[in-house]
Structure formats: C-alpha cells, structure tokens
Write a protein that binds this ligand. Structure first.
Ligand code: NSS
Length: 430
C-alpha cells in the first residue's frame, strides 16, 4: 500500500514504515548519505538515504540520476524541523523506476522557456497549485448549476455564424465551404431552453483576438448559462451566488495552494453578496472623476478596466450599456431603447471583466430590426430567428471566462498562467 506524501506529514505517522512513490524534486549528496526530496501530486518530503542501508550498487545508481527521476521508496517517518515540510523519511529501500538526466528546467529560466516547456513545467509546485485551484473551480461550477436546476448540454464547436461580432472569428476550411470555431455557445443554449428551461455548458470558445493583453487567449474555457423566463436581474443574482460559492469552495479546499501562490486571501474572504451594481453611465462618470480618459459611448478596454477595478475590492456589475457597443441580441431597455438590458461582471483588484451576459431580444420584429441595423442577414440566423416565432419567452444568460476567473482567484499576473496550455497569437505549442 502506498501513501501520499501529504498523509504522512503528520505526527500520527512518526516511527511508522511507509511506502511512497513519486519524483526526485531535489537531491544532495554528503559523503555516504544522499538527501532526496521526493515530490508526488500532494506535497514534498525529505528522504535520507544511507549507503550502508541500501547497499553500494543502489547508492551509486541514485547518485548518478538527476532530478525528476521517478522512484519508489520505503522507510520510517521522523519529525525533523530542518526538513522542508517538517518530517523526514529514513529510507530502507529505494528503486529508480524511470531515470531522468539533465532535466531541461533549471533555476531562473525565462518565461518563454517555461512556456515552451509547459509539458514539463506542469510538474512545478506553482503549476501544481494552479491546476488544483482550477480543478476546484470547474467542480464548483458544475455543482452550482446541477444543484440549482440547470441541465448540462453541449453545443457544436464548428459553426456558421458570429455571436460576438465577425472580427474575432476563426475561419476553418470545411469540405469546400467555410465554417468557424465557436465564439460562444449562447445561441445554441437559447435553443435548449425551450426544452429544458435552464441549461449550462462548459466548453472551449475561440477568439481571433489580435490584442496582446494579459487577459486574452485565443482559446479559452467558457461556462455559459441560459434560462427561460429570466430577466437581467434574475440572472445577475444567479451569477452572484455562483461566484460566491466558487470562492467559498476555493477557500475551503485550496487555502494551502493560495498561500503557496502568495494570494492575499483576506480579499477573497471578504467578498459577499450583493456585489456592487452600476449603470454604464455611472461607471463612465466614476472613471472620469478618477482621471481616466474615457467618454460616454466608448467601450471599456483592458487598460480602462484595470484602472477602474483597482479601486474596488469586490466584483462590480455594470449594466445598461449603450446598444451601439454591444452585440445585436441584447434586449433594448423598454424605458430607454438607446441602452440594453445587459451586464458585465468586473473582477476587482485590476482584473476586470470575467462575465458578459444579459437579457435577450425575444420579440421577432425587434430582433429582425436589430439585425438589419447591424447589417446581418436574418437568413444566416434562421434557426435563431425561429425561436422567436414559436412560443418565444423572455430569457437571459451569461458567459463566464473560467480562465479569467482562475487568473483572478489565484492572483496571477497574466492569464497564460491560469491555463495549462495557453493559446495566444504567438503560441500554439506545446
Ligand atoms: O464576449 S463575452 O463578453 N460574452 C459572450 O460571449 C456571450 N455570448 C456569453 C453569453 O451570454 N452566453 O464573453 C464572455 C466572457 C468574458 O466576460 C470573458 O470572461 C471571457 O468570456 N472571454 C475571454 N477569456 C479569455 N480570452 C478571451 N479572448 C476572452 N474573450 C472573452
């Protein structure tokens, strides 16, 4: 029976014989003793290997191999304040399973080098912590939706039309025709609500973003939801609850990883409902008062969002954007059709937009009019238009950028650290 390292880092194991398997994280020889720091998926532990115990053949073999060799060992656990995690293994047997020589990643490698070697860098303690936080976030999203009556559905990835404007569409050759990689499952989710009422999906979305910011990927993980009979405010309430639950789960399960990454945990602990709510017009005024160069009618770019959100320590909903800067599908406010019933959720601390959502146009004539104003051919969206012909209902939805959420929660400097294999303008490897 093998134990995980984190299990044996406990007073209950003192004096007990355990078997561990993992990789050599560090190694140092002092005469007839080799100190091996063993790493597994859970933690690290120092192991003391004495020549007289394992024999000179094995000792020589261990001396020769490098870091990242895989090993299986057994020995007894001892408390040792000087060891990196407070305990130590007095090794009785050790086997090298897969030797490793000259592991390419050494101290002080450049960021680009680490990205080129992401397949190996995933083993680092930093990536291990980030991957665990990501795991918890994905799990919490599924749990929230499944516990609140949303059904999980799957839309297609090859599509024929834009959701969020044509400029960021990836075109792919498709048997002599053109297809695109989906920017958002939204329009398909809208089709499902007539059957299941409340639906969600977690899937990749693609954006041919030319911008090189710290928050843009060309391929990202998108958690999207859509619900029949919902208005803008109803959806915002669900999102608030979703984000609060994700944060709670991350704090419960991943405190150690957050600490390892030097995340300021207090900020996350203090996030409560309700989040701040501001109309777009109010936000522009706030920004102008802060000396930010922005006019009513301007879209918020990454720089503006950073400058605004550093002033806040909890998420902000921004609503009532001018129709002119939002896609055609948003429902105009019946009280002021110049603005739409939509919302973005901006993460605080300079992170900016993590969610975009809103209420959809559900009346046929309004949809056709908005499509014409935007120069879109309703025939290309015939199935989307059909939904407004056969028993249409008010409905709303949203899309959460999961990598952006992980980026913020883990307190990372760039979104490329939040996803194992980032895809950006310049990078499609490894
Ligand atoms: O373009 S969005 O603001 N909105 C939509 O796609 C809607 N159709 C979603 C919906 O209502 N079902 O994108 C939603 C979120 C946005 O807030 C970001 O968090 C994330 O998707 N997003 C991105 N993350 C990483 N990289 C890029 N390029 C990116 N673009 C959007």
């Amino acid at each position: 029976m093998f134990h995980k390292v984190e299990e044996v880092l406990s007073d209950d194991f003192i004096g007990k014989e355990v078997s561990l398997r993992g990789w050599i994280y560090r190694k140092r020889r002092m005469g007839k003793i080799i100190f091996v720091v063993l790493r597994d998926s859970s933690d690290i532990i120092q192991c003391v290997v004495e020549k007289k115990k394992i024999g000179s053949e094995k000792f020589k073999e261990l001396d020769k191999v490098g870091v990242e060799s895989s090993i299986i060992l057994s020995g007894s656990v001892r408390k040792e304040a000087r060891a990196p995690t407070g305990y130590e293994i007095d090794v009785n047997t050790i086997d090298i399973i897969g030797p490793s020589y000259m592991f390419p990643i050494t101290k002080d490698k450049s960021d680009d080098f680490l990205l080129d070697n992401r397949h190996l860098w995933l083993r680092s303690r930093e990536m291990n912590a980030i991957l665990k936080i990501r795991h918890t976030v994905f799990g919490a999203i599924h749990d929230y939706f499944r516990e609140t009556g949303y059904y999980e559905v799957q839309g297609p990835i090859f599509v024929t039309g834009a959701v969020e404007g044509g400029s960021t569409l990836f075109e792919v050759p498709y048997f002599g025709r053109k297809a695109y990689l989906t920017q958002s499952a939204q329009f398909y989710l809208e089709t499902f609500i007539f059957s299941l009422e409340k639906v969600y999906t977690i899937a990749p979305s693609f954006r041919a973003e030319k911008s090189r910011t710290r928050r843009h990927l060309t391929e990202y993980w998108h958690a999207e939801a859509e619900a029949a009979w919902y208005h803008n405010d109803d959806m915002m309430k669900d999102e608030e609850e979703l984000i609060v639950q994700i944060i709670q789960r991350v704090l419960d399960e991943r405190r150690r990883e957050l600490e390892f990454l030097n995340r300021d945990i207090k900020i996350l602990e203090n996030i409560e409902k309700p989040f701040i709510r501001m109309k777009y017009g109010e936000l522009i005024e706030f920004a102008q008062n802060e000396g930010i160069d922005i006019e009513y009618g301007d879209d918020l770019g990454a720089d503006e969002e950073t400058a605004i959100t550093v002033k806040f320590d909890k998420p902000i909903f921004v609503t009532h954007y001018p129709a002119s800067i939002k896609p055609f599908y948003h429902r105009p406010d019946p009280e002021n059709p110049e603005v739409v019933l939509c919302h973005d959720m901006l993460a605080p601390e300079g992170y900016g937009e993590i969610i975009g959502g809103g209420e959809r146009i559900y009346k046929l004539d309004v949809l056709i009019q908005r499509m014409e104003e935007e120069g879109l051919n309703p025939e290309n969206y015939y199935w989307y238009v059909d939904l407004r012909k056969y028993g249409s209902v008010p409905h709303a939805g949203f899309g959460l950028g999961v990598d952006r959420l992980v980026w913020w929660l883990a307190g990372l400097s760039h979104i490329k650290y939040a996803i194992p294999y980032p895809r950006t303008i310049r990078r499609t490897k490894p």
